[in-house]
Design a protein around this ligand. Structure first.
Ligand code: ADP
Ligand code: MG
Length: 617
């Protein structure tokens, strides 16, 4: 057989490498900004159009490049940052692979202008899909301007996979945050479609955080400082009362490089143990400095992971340092009459009761009693009992609860579909008159063939979810006007998300307006949303939007309904009275889909008489 192995041409190799380096516009932003920083810039400008799909430009006032360097910088493995393998163990720059520019040039239209201090003229290079189109001499200030247009123009599959402009912009903002927070001594400007969205002057760590995340951030920050032989730590943690539902504001920087480390993250969570609720996340901005020889940043192509020589020690130091700060800055005062009661007992202990757990059993309950009356009633007449018990699911809003929470008034095409469980067993829904709650977690009720065990939280999620979806579609939700409008502050980016979904929020009953750049004034909330939860719900919404990458209108309403359902549903551990149990069961089986929760988890299991009989053999 003839030889068949060939070396790939450079432009093909570059395209393949690009697959690793450039996942989306935000990756280009990261690489270009890091190059600007490595070039010693004191001012970096980022200009983006259409979420980076049509244009990403980074302009710096760094050292610039000579004509030869400018041309060479686009070659693969061309770098000025390392010369030999040993240099890898003593890195002080962001880049070192010499791959970024070659990769970007392989999949976009790139224009670069660069001039060094010594040169009188600048070099202007245009490259399209690895092909140099032109190289000219031009006039330009010292430094470099990199313009990347039409990303993935020659890889339609990749281009089509890009998300909506807003989603890509969010990723870019995330990268921008990381770079900007790591370098407070550099000033950054960020323009999106011609509007300045960040203007960050040279400052210290604290001011930079506040400039990025908004004025109100300042009061949340607790300083952290520790010097040891292994590591020096500085930065801030957010006070426990500002812990968020979203994971947004969690930043580790190691030697001025943003990194992700689930292990070190865990150290912080451990330090906060007992101070914040289980499902909320502490915020932190921690800057670690370690000997460059003690870490390996070479393990991940996009370099957000780092391997530490001595992770365990680092973990222990981090945890105790954060704990110390929490104590030192009186976040947990020992005797303070204004103290938030929630801080006194660790949340973990909240649900631990001293008594033996017990099941409250209705002694008159007979699981198989109902089937007789049901058979007599006939299978077709499906009549739902009044659901007056719902109000008790929403403590504190009894007065208005009825209008919105009486889900039985919603006409879903339920009768045919809900049958799935009851038709099989030849009984009607009205047969459900007896329920009991098991371990504050399940509602047990009967069907002809045996019994159903329903997960109370998932069932309620489903009921609320369908209700919210309906409200959004028909846009007739009732809003509850607040006597004193709530004023909430958000970072600019978070506020933008809220404004993006404004219309849907209004159609489910929110009433609000934006004030200034960071504030939102809420004057009305949906009936089912307690005022005290608004803050938490919006927070959760923002985080769900960031993670789910909502694109079109449909999924936007979906995420919104899911978030609200998740936040407002009764939880495991809550006691439901009889009426509420009954209402929940009946409303569940009036849903279009009663088997699965909005998050695709089973809502109930059935246990037939046969199953039970078998146990007794
Ligand atoms: P790396 O950053 O890993 O070295 P890149 O492909 O990002 O690889 O860049 C290649 C080289 O081009 C860099 O090593 C640097 O010498 C030069 N370079 C890139 N961007 C700039 C810039 N903004 N200013 C000055 N030099 C730059
Ligand atoms: Mg680079």
């Amino acid at each position: 057989m003839a030889d068949i192995i060939q070396l790939l041409p450079d432009h093909v190799a570059n395209q393949i490498a690009a697959g690793e380096v450039v996942q989306r516009p935000a990756s280009v932003v990261k690489e270009l900004m890091e190059n600007a920083i490595d070039a010693g810039a004191s001012t970096v400008k980022l200009i983006v159009k259409d979420g980076g799909k049509t244009l990403i430009q980074v302009i710096d006032d760094g050292v610039g490049m000579s004509a030869t360097d400018a041309r060479l910088s686009f070659e693969r493995h061309a770098t000025s940052k390392i010369r030999k393998a040993e240099d890898l163990f003593n890195l002080s720059t962001n880049g070192f692979r010499g791959e970024a520019l070659a990769s970007i040039a392989a999949i976009a239209h790139v224009e670069m202008q660069s001039r060094t201090e010594q040169d009188e003229v600048a070099t202007h290079i245009r490259i399209e899909g690895s092909k140099v189109i032109s190289q000219e001499v031009t006039v330009a200030p010292k430094g470099t301007s990199m313009m990347v247009k039409n990303l993935f123009f020659n890889i339609p599959a990749r281009r089509n996979f890009l998300k909506s402009t807003q989603v890509e912009l969010r990723h870019i903002i995330d990268e921008f945050h990381r770079v900007a927070l790591a370098h407070p001594s550099i000033s950054f400007h960020f323009y999106n479609n011609g509007n300045e969205i960040f203007n960050l002057p040279i400052s210290n760590d604290r001011q930079r955080i506040v400039n990025v995340f908004g004025g109100k951030t300042n009061e949340k920050l607790v300083p952290v400082k520790e010097e040891t032989q292994v590591v020096s730590i500085s930065g801030f943690i957010c006070k426990p009362e500002f812990a968020k539902k979203s994971r947004g504001e969690q930043f580790f920087f190691v030697n001025n490089r943003f990194i992700k480390s689930p292990y070190l993250h865990h150290a912080i969570v451990a330090a906060f143990d007992g101070l914040i609720k289980k499902d909320s996340h502490p915020g932190y901005f921690l800057y670690l400095t370690v000997d460059p020889g003690a870490i390996d940043i070479n393990i991940h192509p996009t370099k957000t992971e780092v391997k530490f020589d001595d992770e365990h020690t680092l973990y222990a130091i981090l945890r105790s340092t954060v704990k110390h700060s929490l104590g030192q800055f009186n976040v947990i005062p020992s005797l303070d009459f204004d103290q938030d009661q929630n801080l006194e007992t660790p949340y973990d202990y909240k649900n631990k009761s001293v008594e033996q757990p017990r099941v409250v059993v209705d002694s008159g309950f007979n699981p198989f009693k109902e089937e007789y009356s049901a058979t007599r009633g006939g299978a077709t007449s499906v009549k739902k009992p009044a659901t007056k018990g719902w109000e008790s699911l929403y403590s504190g809003m009894e007065s208005q609860g009825e209008k919105n929470t009486d889900f039985s008034s919603i006409s879903f095409e339920s009768d045919t579909i809900t049958g799935s469980i009851f038709d099989d067993s030849k009984i009607g829904v009205d047969a459900v008159t007896t329920t009991f709650q098991l371990r504050r977690k399940y509602i047990v009720t009967t069907i002809k063939s045996g019994m159903v065990v329903i997960d109370q939280s998932r069932a309620h999620q489903r009921v609320l979810y369908e209700n919210f979806l309906k409200n959004i579609t028909v846009k007739e939700a009732v809003s509850q006007q607040l006597l004193f409008p709530l004023s909430l502050t958000f970072s600019k980016a978070d506020r933008d998300i809220i404004m993006e979904i404004k219309e849907n929020l209004i159609s489910i009953g929110f009433d609000f307006e934006a004030i200034g750049e960071e504030e939102i004034k809420i004057s009305g909330v949906p009936l089912s949303v307690p005022e005290s939860e608004v803050d938490m719900i919006l927070d959760q919404l923002i985080s769900d939007y960031q993670q789910d990458f909502v694109v079109d209108g449909f999924s936007q309403t979906d995420v919104l309904s899911k978030t609200l359902a998740k936040s407002l549903a009764v939880k495991t551990g809550e006691v439901l009275d009889r009426d509420s149990q009954l209402a929940l069961v009946n409303d569940l089986f009036a849903c279009k889909e009663s088997r699965l929760s909005p998050f695709n988890k089973s809502i109930y299991v059935t246990i037939t008489e046969d199953d039970i009989d078998k146990k007794f053999i």
